[in-house]
Design a protein around this ligand. Sequence first.
Ligand code: CTP
Length: 222
Amino acid sequence: MSGRSLDGLRVLVTAGPTFEDIDPVRFIGNRSSGKMGFAIAAAAAAPGAATVLVAGPVALDTPPGVERVDVRSAAQMQAVVEAALPADVYIGAAAVADFTPARPATAKIKKRAGGDGLVLELVRTADILAGVAAHARRPRLVVGFAAETGDLEANARDKLARKRLDLIAANLVGVAGSGFGADDNTLHVFSADGARVLGPAPKTELAGALLDIVAERLQRPR
Ligand code: CTP
């Protein structure tokens, strides 16, 4: 951080994947490690923001000074996020599942139930980020993430507009040494009137640079 303080502000961050249960022993998950979101929470709490971190299933230690709430599914994440509002800043770094099993089985699905194949019906999850941006208690700044395999700027700007975000931090996934699971990454941060490239750098450093942009935006006259 470059001296700009988030002191006194309430920052709400999501991190990690969500796990959507198929039955008591199986789930649909994704490769998110949670490192980016945890680094953001650490970088917000360090200069004095009251920081709440809503974390999907990850194997990471809670950063100092951060209030952490663990969740498993997208539905649980949404409930905890909404209960944690109001906040000054929302940063949705979690890789939330877009689909969840329509009817999770209460007992283990036996393979004989599927025969030669099994069709699993999925339904859309609620978009937590878009919900926060449209909320009656909308934070002053709503920041989304986008993981893209191509057309980075066009896809990110589409999400920025569609979800009514103030900023979106996009990164290319499927590129060796960056994105999911890696310690380093490059973030392309877009707003309606600007674009900045952060990194390549360790996620801890990117988190500080992203929060500098957040602090700068909060200082703009409303
Ligand atoms: N997000 C969310 N709730 C969901 C899905 C995504 O809050 N149910 C948030 C993520 O935390 C992230 C951003 O939305 O900040 C990612 O946008 P999304 O539309 O999910 O991106 P993709 O999954 O890459 O979507 P698409 O398939 O359209 O590329």
